[in-house]
Design a protein around this ligand. Structure first.
Ligand code: NAD
Length: 422
């Protein structure tokens, strides 16, 4: 950017003033300023309250995945994502899952962990013992912070004290286990962790540094299972191919990263649509996948006695319907209504089903025709649009690219030039 990046006082400007300044700095056209300033379904004043230095909005396509039957209830599922094929793949997988009754999902309850790091303790074992003995007092202090959550049946329910060896010597870590109800809970848990810290210092004789939630939410898991009928999914050979794909992911972290990424295509798309903290979900997923010390698939796949494929996804799902963007972003609120959700647990369970569906769809495509064929048409349309095609020409060019098996920008441009001349 010309003129440096310091921009003193940028935060004090109005959205329009910031955009004007940015226009000058980056040489933006009027059209570009208009595009940036468009906050879509999110009123500018709400956007301004959500984050800092706001200049506008960034819109993603919102698609609806169909066919989802989760714990006997039908859902149409909003997904916000920029990647082609994800919504279609989820809908298709959910359709196949319906043959054998859809998705069954269970959960461990909405419990998050808050960590309090204590250092400089002379006798860590003695301090840990004393802290554990004062559990009641510590939990009471935590719960004082959130009478609302406690009145709803949530709050700090238990704690654990552990000693860890670190680069800077032993540390005593107090972990609060907080039932967060319908909240994702980061603010609630952080507030509790901060409030109990002085007590932890007094009891342990140490010094507290960090007081913060853990995103390895292994007390807030969902477990989604579905049976995929072998005929409906394409026959025995495809079942075998999926089992080989799963074995590959289980044995090799390079493959496993992509296996789990496919799951997150679904999970994150629903999360974004519903105003959730997608980074918290990603952090939870990948740290949970590594809990054994090796990076492993979040799903498991096997065959049942009928020869059908049985998939299970188990992962942390820290989501909320109160607090965060879910309660303030109008599009997120509408999407929660589309899902017909009553509780955060229900959202977590639907997301578990979508993650499993997405993994099934990707493995099925990989084990049969290969992922590119499914992607090709949408990819070709994107390529056509990216070289400047509009309206009917987009499909015309995309069809030709697919037929020629040359889904490339240079070819798209040639076809476009030819059509434009006509
Ligand atoms: P919050 O504090 O806005 O809302 C939670 C509060 O709502 C509870 O403490 C409770 O008092 C009240 N409440 C009302 N009805 C409730 C119900 N039915 N169930 C539960 N609580 C109810 O939000 P939060 O969920 O504590 O925090 C979420 C936000 O924190 C997200 O925006 C997230 O991005 C952010 N955050 C995340 C991290 C992290 O993941 N590491 C760290 C800091 C902040």
């Amino acid at each position: 950017m010309q003129g440096g990046s310091e921009l003193p006082g940028f935060y004090k400007l109005s959205t329009e003033e910031r955009l004007k300044l940015l226009q000058k700095l980056a040489g933006l056209t009027e059209e570009e300023v208009k595009v940036l300033g468009n906050t879509g379904g999110l009123p500018s004043d709400i956007a301004n309250r959500m984050i800092e230095n706001v200049v506008g909005g960034m819109t993603l396509p919102l698609g609806i995945a169909t066919n989802f039957l989760v714990n006997g209830k039908d859902y149409v599922v909003p997904m916000a994502i920029e990647e082609p094929s994800v919504v279609a793949a989820a809908s298709n997988a959910a359709k196949i899952a319906r043959v054998k009754g859809g998705f069954k999902v269970t959960n461990t309850g909405p419990v998050m962990i808050g960590q309090i790091q204590t250092v400089g303790v002379r006798d860590p074992r003695m301090a840990a013992k004393k802290l554990a003995a004062r559990k009641k007092v510590l939990l009471a202090k935590a719960n004082e912070q959130d009478p609302m959550l406690v009145s709803l049946g949530g709050g700090a329910k238990d704690l654990n004290v552990k000693i860890i060896e670190s680069l800077k010597g032993p540390m005593v870590i107090v972990e609060l286990f907080v039932n967060c109800g319908d909240a994702m809970g980061a603010n609630a848990v952080n507030t509790m962790a901060e409030a109990v810290a002085p007590l932890v210092e007094a009891i342990s004789g140490g010094r507290v540094y960090l007081r913060i939630i853990s995103n390895l939410a292994d007390r807030r898991l969902v477990k989604a299972t579905a049976v995929f009928d072998k005929e409906a999914l394409g026959g025995e050979e495809v079942v075998e191919g999926i089992l080989y794909a799963y074995a590959f992911a289980d044995a090799d972290p390079y493959r496993c990263a992509t296996h789990n990424k496919g799951i997150m295509n679904g999970v994150v798309a629903v999360a974004l649509a519903c105003g959730q903290d997608t980074r918290a979900l990603e952090a939870g997923a990948h740290s949970y996948a590594s809990r054994s010390g090796a990076y492993k698939p979040l799903t498991t796949w096997k065959v049942n006695k009928d020869g059908d494929l049985v998939g299970t996804l188990e992962m942390p799902m820290a989501v909320g319907l109160v607090g965060g963007a879910a309660k303030v972003h109008p599009t997120a609120k509408a999407n929660v209504k589309i899902l017909g959700l009553k509780t955060a647990i229900e959202l977590a369970e639907v997301m578990g089903a979508v993650g499993l569906a997405q993994n099934f769809a990707a493995l099925r495509a990989l084990a049969s025709e290969g992922i590119q064929r499914g992607h090709m048409k949408l990819h070709a349309r994107n390529i056509a649009a990216s070289v400047g095609a509009t309206g009917k020409m987009v499909d015309q060019i995309a069809d030709q690219l697919v037929a020629e098996k040359k889904i490339r920008m240079d070819r798209a441009k040639e076809i476009l030039d030819g059509l434009s001349k006509k």
